[in-house]
Write a protein that binds this ligand. Structure first.
Ligand SMILES: [Zn+2]
Ligand SMILES: [Zn+2]
Length: 259
């Protein structure tokens, strides 16, 4: 049986020497978010990329779209961005606006480097060999997570950024793996909830409050970590992992999962 390979290109909410913005690469061809495409991939790897699923328009999730477009333009390649109409509007208005970067969604004429496929929250579609469902999460107005399944029932839910509540009324197939954010430690619970993010305790409540997960043991991988609080987050996550008797791993750049 073939595994789905997921490369963690960026596992953090900010960039520094050893941390990169949120970005995952599925089987070398499909990315979830664009926080670390050019920051992590070679020109050759970049040319293999066919599409990027964008969860929302925050900078840490779209940062490498202009640099990826620039590199692909000169390799005569194109890239499809799959996102909501709001994210498309923001990418064009703030990035490809002829002031910050050229209009790569129009260039080269007749065969633009960047194309868009518009999805709505709740929508299902096929891309490459994958079935993808765009699942509303609780962050920006139309932020979505992506449930990505292949033909052999390997399935992963990429939660994007989300505050508590996205698993509560889960009505979709249960994934084998959930790649979720946990951005800051429990002592910032108030700020996390105001800004639509999780802490270890709210992740624990999220998992134990989801009745559909009872008896189902998904692997949990935590990403979108704030690097300054990483050790504290790891200690708090180890405690909830033991309490829930559930495997909770912490993502890191260059990690590869086979699912
Ligand atoms: Zn965000
Ligand atoms: Zn973010």
């Amino acid at each position: 049986m073939d595994f789905v390979k997921i490369r963690i290109l960026g596992a953090h909410n900010t960039e520094s020497e050893n941390t990169k913005y949120t970005c995952f690469l599925i089987d070398d061809t499909l990315a979830v978010d664009a926080g670390a495409l050019t920051a992590s991939l070679s020109f050759k790897d970049l040319a293999r990329l066919e599409a990027v699923l964008l969860t929302h328009e925050h900078f840490d999730h779209i940062r490498d779209i202009p640099t990826t477009a620039f590199n692909l333009f000169f390799q005569d390649r194109s890239l499809n961005l799959v996102c909501t109409a709001g994210v498309k509007k923001a990418v064009i208005k703030y990035l490809f606006n002829k002031t910050i970067y050229p209009e790569y969604h129009k260039l080269p004429r007749g065969k633009p480097t960047i194309t868009f496929s518009i999805i709505r929250p709740g929508g299902r579609f096929r891309i490459g060999g994958y079935e993808v469902t765009a699942i509303p999460v609780l962050h920006t107005k139309s932020a979505i997570g992506f449930l990505v399944s292949d033909n052999q029932n390997s399935s992963t839910f990429f939660s994007s950024d989300s505050g508590p509540g996205f698993l509560k009324n889960w009505k979709y197939p249960l994934p084998q793996t959930i790649i979720t954010e946990v951005t800051m430690p429990d002592r910032f619970a108030g700020f996390a909830s105001q800004t639509g993010h999780l802490t270890p305790q709210t992740l624990a409540a999220e998992i134990s409050g989801c009745s559909r997960l009872t008896g189902h043991r998904p692997n949990i991988l935590v990403a979108h970590l704030h690097p300054l609080y990483e050790q504290e987050l790891k200690r708090e996550l180890a405690i909830i992992s033991a309490k829930l008797n559930l495997q909770i791993a912490v993502a890191a750049e260059k990690m590869i999962l086979e699912i």
